[in-house]
Design a protein around this ligand. Structure first.
Ligand code: FPP
Length: 231
Protein backbone atom coordinates (compact mmCIF):
# COMPACT_ATOMS: atom_id res chain seq x y z
CA UNK A 1 0.00 0.00 0.00
CA UNK A 2 2.50 2.62 -1.19
CA UNK A 3 2.08 6.32 -1.92
CA UNK A 4 0.20 7.59 1.13
CA UNK A 5 2.89 10.18 1.89
CA UNK A 6 3.10 11.47 -1.69
CA UNK A 7 -0.70 11.60 -1.96
CA UNK A 8 -0.70 13.97 1.03
CA UNK A 9 2.36 16.02 0.06
CA UNK A 10 0.83 16.76 -3.35
CA UNK A 11 -2.10 18.31 -1.52
CA UNK A 12 0.13 20.30 0.86
CA UNK A 13 -1.10 18.07 3.70
CA UNK A 14 1.01 16.32 6.35
CA UNK A 15 2.05 12.77 5.37
CA UNK A 16 -0.10 11.43 8.17
CA UNK A 17 -3.22 12.69 6.32
CA UNK A 18 -2.27 10.26 3.56
CA UNK A 19 -2.28 7.37 6.02
CA UNK A 20 -5.73 8.39 7.26
CA UNK A 21 -6.97 8.29 3.66
CA UNK A 22 -5.08 5.03 3.27
CA UNK A 23 -7.33 3.43 5.88
CA UNK A 24 -10.39 4.49 3.84
CA UNK A 25 -8.85 2.81 0.81
CA UNK A 26 -8.33 -0.36 2.87
CA UNK A 27 -12.04 -0.32 3.70
CA UNK A 28 -13.02 0.09 0.02
CA UNK A 29 -10.70 -2.65 -1.19
CA UNK A 30 -11.80 -5.11 1.52
CA UNK A 31 -15.45 -4.53 0.55
CA UNK A 32 -14.68 -4.84 -3.12
CA UNK A 33 -12.71 -8.09 -2.64
CA UNK A 34 -15.56 -9.51 -0.55
CA UNK A 35 -18.09 -8.70 -3.29
CA UNK A 36 -15.87 -10.15 -6.02
CA UNK A 37 -15.30 -13.47 -4.28
CA UNK A 38 -11.61 -12.98 -3.52
CA UNK A 39 -10.78 -15.54 -0.82
CA UNK A 40 -7.44 -14.20 0.41
CA UNK A 41 -6.31 -10.58 0.61
CA UNK A 42 -3.02 -9.73 2.29
CA UNK A 43 -2.07 -6.11 2.92
CA UNK A 44 1.44 -4.91 3.73
CA UNK A 45 0.71 -2.26 6.38
CA UNK A 46 4.03 -1.87 8.17
CA UNK A 47 7.37 -3.37 7.23
CA UNK A 48 10.16 -4.18 9.67
CA UNK A 49 12.03 -1.28 8.02
CA UNK A 50 9.23 1.26 8.68
CA UNK A 51 10.43 1.75 12.30
CA UNK A 52 13.10 4.00 10.71
CA UNK A 53 10.45 6.64 9.89
CA UNK A 54 10.08 9.82 11.99
CA UNK A 55 8.79 8.99 15.48
CA UNK A 56 5.57 10.99 15.00
CA UNK A 57 4.69 9.12 11.83
CA UNK A 58 5.32 5.73 13.45
CA UNK A 59 3.15 6.60 16.43
CA UNK A 60 0.34 7.87 14.18
CA UNK A 61 0.47 4.61 12.24
CA UNK A 62 0.21 2.62 15.48
CA UNK A 63 -2.69 4.80 16.63
CA UNK A 64 -4.46 4.35 13.30
CA UNK A 65 -3.94 0.64 13.47
CA UNK A 66 -5.46 0.48 16.96
CA UNK A 67 -8.40 2.77 16.08
CA UNK A 68 -9.15 0.78 12.96
CA UNK A 69 -9.06 -2.53 14.82
CA UNK A 70 -11.41 -1.16 17.47
CA UNK A 71 -13.82 0.54 15.08
CA UNK A 72 -13.98 -1.94 12.22
CA UNK A 73 -14.06 -5.33 13.87
CA UNK A 74 -17.88 -5.53 14.03
CA UNK A 75 -18.09 -4.53 10.38
CA UNK A 76 -15.61 -7.29 9.52
CA UNK A 77 -17.75 -9.83 11.38
CA UNK A 78 -20.83 -8.61 9.46
CA UNK A 79 -18.99 -8.92 6.14
CA UNK A 80 -17.79 -12.45 6.90
CA UNK A 81 -14.15 -11.36 6.99
CA UNK A 82 -11.62 -13.35 9.00
CA UNK A 83 -8.75 -11.15 10.15
CA UNK A 84 -5.23 -12.33 10.83
CA UNK A 85 -2.15 -10.26 11.52
CA UNK A 86 1.26 -11.68 10.61
CA UNK A 87 4.68 -10.32 11.52
CA UNK A 88 6.87 -9.91 14.57
CA UNK A 89 4.07 -8.69 16.82
CA UNK A 90 6.15 -8.80 20.03
CA UNK A 91 7.57 -5.38 19.10
CA UNK A 92 4.15 -3.72 19.38
CA UNK A 93 2.84 -2.16 22.57
CA UNK A 94 0.76 -4.53 24.71
CA UNK A 95 -2.53 -2.68 24.01
CA UNK A 96 -2.09 -3.12 20.26
CA UNK A 97 -1.16 -6.80 20.73
CA UNK A 98 -4.33 -7.24 22.80
CA UNK A 99 -6.51 -5.59 20.14
CA UNK A 100 -4.97 -7.78 17.45
CA UNK A 101 -5.59 -10.89 19.53
CA UNK A 102 -9.21 -10.01 20.24
CA UNK A 103 -9.98 -9.01 16.59
CA UNK A 104 -8.51 -12.34 15.44
CA UNK A 105 -10.65 -14.22 17.93
CA UNK A 106 -13.86 -12.32 17.12
CA UNK A 107 -13.51 -12.99 13.41
CA UNK A 108 -12.10 -16.52 13.64
CA UNK A 109 -15.34 -18.22 12.54
CA UNK A 110 -15.68 -16.12 9.35
CA UNK A 111 -15.04 -17.77 6.01
CA UNK A 112 -15.95 -15.33 3.23
CA UNK A 113 -12.69 -13.37 2.92
CA UNK A 114 -9.41 -14.08 4.67
CA UNK A 115 -7.90 -10.67 5.32
CA UNK A 116 -4.32 -10.69 6.53
CA UNK A 117 -2.46 -7.60 7.64
CA UNK A 118 1.32 -7.88 7.51
CA UNK A 119 2.63 -5.68 10.33
CA UNK A 120 6.27 -5.44 11.41
CA UNK A 121 6.67 -8.04 8.72
CA UNK A 122 9.64 -8.84 6.50
CA UNK A 123 9.91 -11.72 4.04
CA UNK A 124 13.44 -12.61 5.12
CA UNK A 125 12.39 -12.53 8.78
CA UNK A 126 9.58 -14.93 7.87
CA UNK A 127 11.97 -17.42 6.23
CA UNK A 128 14.49 -17.22 9.08
CA UNK A 129 11.73 -17.61 11.63
CA UNK A 130 10.45 -20.66 9.79
CA UNK A 131 13.97 -22.13 9.72
CA UNK A 132 14.32 -21.61 13.47
CA UNK A 133 10.98 -23.30 14.00
CA UNK A 134 12.03 -26.28 11.83
CA UNK A 135 15.27 -26.66 13.79
CA UNK A 136 13.43 -26.46 17.10
CA UNK A 137 10.78 -29.00 16.16
CA UNK A 138 12.87 -31.37 14.01
CA UNK A 139 16.47 -31.18 15.31
CA UNK A 140 17.17 -34.58 13.72
CA UNK A 141 17.31 -32.76 10.35
CA UNK A 142 20.73 -31.43 11.35
CA UNK A 143 22.06 -34.97 10.95
CA UNK A 144 20.32 -35.39 7.58
CA UNK A 145 20.02 -31.93 5.96
CA UNK A 146 19.08 -33.44 2.57
CA UNK A 147 15.68 -34.16 4.08
CA UNK A 148 15.02 -30.46 4.48
CA UNK A 149 12.95 -29.44 1.46
CA UNK A 150 10.22 -26.94 0.59
CA UNK A 151 7.46 -29.12 1.99
CA UNK A 152 9.24 -29.24 5.36
CA UNK A 153 9.83 -25.49 5.54
CA UNK A 154 6.58 -24.09 4.07
CA UNK A 155 4.26 -25.13 6.95
CA UNK A 156 6.40 -23.05 9.32
CA UNK A 157 5.97 -19.79 7.37
CA UNK A 158 3.58 -17.21 8.76
CA UNK A 159 1.21 -17.49 5.76
CA UNK A 160 1.06 -21.32 5.91
CA UNK A 161 -2.74 -21.14 6.21
CA UNK A 162 -3.09 -19.53 2.77
CA UNK A 163 -2.36 -20.61 -0.80
CA UNK A 164 0.50 -18.78 -2.52
CA UNK A 165 -0.74 -15.48 -3.98
CA UNK A 166 -1.95 -15.35 -7.60
CA UNK A 167 -1.54 -11.60 -7.88
CA UNK A 168 0.68 -9.03 -6.18
CA UNK A 169 -0.29 -5.37 -6.49
CA UNK A 170 2.06 -2.54 -5.57
CA UNK A 171 0.72 0.99 -5.74
CA UNK A 172 2.77 4.19 -5.82
CA UNK A 173 4.94 3.56 -8.87
CA UNK A 174 7.87 1.65 -7.35
CA UNK A 175 8.63 -1.64 -9.06
CA UNK A 176 10.04 -3.82 -6.32
CA UNK A 177 8.87 -6.28 -3.69
CA UNK A 178 10.57 -4.56 -0.74
CA UNK A 179 10.87 -7.66 1.45
CA UNK A 180 7.16 -8.55 1.31
CA UNK A 181 6.25 -12.24 0.91
CA UNK A 182 9.65 -13.19 -0.48
CA UNK A 183 9.12 -16.98 -0.40
CA UNK A 184 5.43 -16.96 -1.34
CA UNK A 185 5.73 -14.65 -4.38
CA UNK A 186 7.96 -17.04 -6.37
CA UNK A 187 5.26 -17.72 -9.01
CA UNK A 188 3.00 -14.72 -8.41
CA UNK A 189 2.08 -12.28 -11.17
CA UNK A 190 3.48 -8.85 -10.27
CA UNK A 191 1.37 -5.78 -11.04
CA UNK A 192 2.70 -2.26 -10.52
CA UNK A 193 0.57 0.85 -10.79
CA UNK A 194 1.50 4.53 -10.41
CA UNK A 195 -1.76 5.18 -8.51
CA UNK A 196 -1.19 6.21 -4.93
CA UNK A 197 -2.77 3.89 -2.34
CA UNK A 198 -5.41 6.44 -1.16
CA UNK A 199 -6.67 6.62 -4.78
CA UNK A 200 -6.91 2.85 -5.09
CA UNK A 201 -10.45 1.45 -5.10
CA UNK A 202 -12.87 -0.78 -6.94
CA UNK A 203 -12.10 0.38 -10.49
CA UNK A 204 -8.32 0.25 -9.93
CA UNK A 205 -8.76 -3.28 -8.56
CA UNK A 206 -10.78 -4.20 -11.64
CA UNK A 207 -7.95 -2.88 -13.85
CA UNK A 208 -5.47 -5.10 -11.99
CA UNK A 209 -7.73 -8.15 -12.35
CA UNK A 210 -8.21 -7.39 -16.05
CA UNK A 211 -4.42 -7.31 -16.50
CA UNK A 212 -4.14 -10.58 -14.54
CA UNK A 213 -6.72 -12.30 -16.78
CA UNK A 214 -4.42 -11.62 -19.73
CA UNK A 215 -1.42 -13.31 -18.12
CA UNK A 216 -0.44 -16.83 -19.00
CA UNK A 217 0.78 -18.76 -15.97
CA UNK A 218 3.13 -21.49 -17.16
CA UNK A 219 4.90 -22.57 -13.93
CA UNK A 220 7.95 -23.59 -15.99
CA UNK A 221 5.98 -25.32 -18.78
CA UNK A 222 5.68 -24.16 -22.40
CA UNK A 223 2.55 -22.46 -23.78
CA UNK A 224 1.66 -25.59 -25.78
CA UNK A 225 1.67 -27.71 -22.67
CA UNK A 226 -1.00 -25.50 -21.16
CA UNK A 227 -3.67 -26.19 -23.79
CA UNK A 228 -6.21 -28.77 -22.50
CA UNK A 229 -5.43 -31.26 -25.34
CA UNK A 230 -1.75 -31.55 -24.36
CA UNK A 231 -2.23 -31.75 -20.55
C1 FPP B 1 3.25 3.39 2.45
O1 FPP B 1 3.08 4.70 1.96
C2 FPP B 1 2.29 3.12 3.49
C3 FPP B 1 2.58 2.75 4.76
C4 FPP B 1 3.95 2.56 5.28
C5 FPP B 1 1.51 2.54 5.73
C6 FPP B 1 0.29 1.84 5.23
C7 FPP B 1 -0.74 2.05 6.25
C8 FPP B 1 -2.04 2.30 6.02
C9 FPP B 1 -2.67 2.26 4.69
C10 FPP B 1 -2.92 2.62 7.16
C11 FPP B 1 -3.02 1.61 8.25
C12 FPP B 1 -3.47 0.28 7.77
C13 FPP B 1 -4.37 -0.50 8.37
C14 FPP B 1 -4.56 -1.87 7.83
C15 FPP B 1 -5.17 -0.07 9.51
P1 FPP B 1 4.27 5.73 2.15
O2 FPP B 1 4.05 6.46 3.42
O3 FPP B 1 5.58 5.01 2.05
O4 FPP B 1 4.06 6.67 0.93
P2 FPP B 1 5.21 7.47 0.12
O5 FPP B 1 6.05 6.43 -0.56
O6 FPP B 1 4.43 8.29 -0.83
O7 FPP B 1 5.99 8.27 1.12
Amino acid sequence: MDGNGRWATRRFLPRTAGHVRGVQAVRKVVESCGRRGVEFLTLFAFSSENWRRPKDEVSLLMKLFMQTLEKEVDQLVEQGVRLRVVGDLAAFEPRLQGLIHSAQEKTAHNTRLNLTIAANYGGRWDILNAMRSVLRTQPELLRDPEKLDETVLAPHLSMAFAPEPDLFIRTGGEQRISNFLVWQLAYTELYFTPDYWPDFGDSQLEAAFEWYRGRERRFGRTSDQLTPASN
